[in-house]
Design a protein. Structure first.
Length: 156
């Protein structure tokens, strides 16, 4: 019996809650191509996603647009931030890459929390390729983050 893997594309907020999940792209497809199979990407490309308007920074003069933090696997778009190539980086670009990686830690930590709390992700899931297990864990994760985060994800 062959095994299949699925890609989980997710968006998380600053509270470590999943605000979008897409499961189903074959695991052989790279992340950069897998995102193109999502409704979020489709709506982003067509302009239907309804992202928040740019927000003013403290002094009120600079407008910051809503963007998605990505890794180097994704294509560059005006609404995606991804790191600069590691070749010949100047100091400013090194700092940008460092700060971007710090922002990207949110989603990496969400995946880590889910894998730590739901041990089913430490082994092969011997079920037909149904997304119910993964989506149930995502919903339970958000519920636990909202209702009892001090116990579910303790700070120390």
């Amino acid at each position: 019996m062959g095994y299949n893997s699925l890609v989980l594309m997710a968006i998380a907020n600053a509270n470590y809650e999943l605000i979008y999940c897409n499961i189903g792209t074959n695991g052989r497809v790279c992340d950069g191509s897998a995102i193109e199979n999502t409704k979020v990407y489709e709506k982003l490309v067509t302009g239907e996603l309804r992202l928040p308007n740019p927000s003013a920074v403290k002094n009120g003069t600079m407008q910051l647009p809503c963007v998605f933090i990505e890794d180097k696997a994704f294509s560059l778009r005006k609404d995606f931030l991804k790191p600069f190539s590691q070749r010949n980086l100047q100091t400013e670009r090194k700092i940008f890459n460092y700060r971007l990686s710090r922002a990207r830690r949110i989603i990496e930590n969400v995946f880590g929390i889910i894998a730590a709390r739901f041990k089913i992700f430490h082994t092969d899931i011997n079920l037909r390729l149904d997304h119910i297990v993964v989506m149930t864990c995502a919903v339970l994760h958000n519920f636990m983050r909202k209702k009892c985060s001090d116990v579910y994800t303790p700070i120390d």
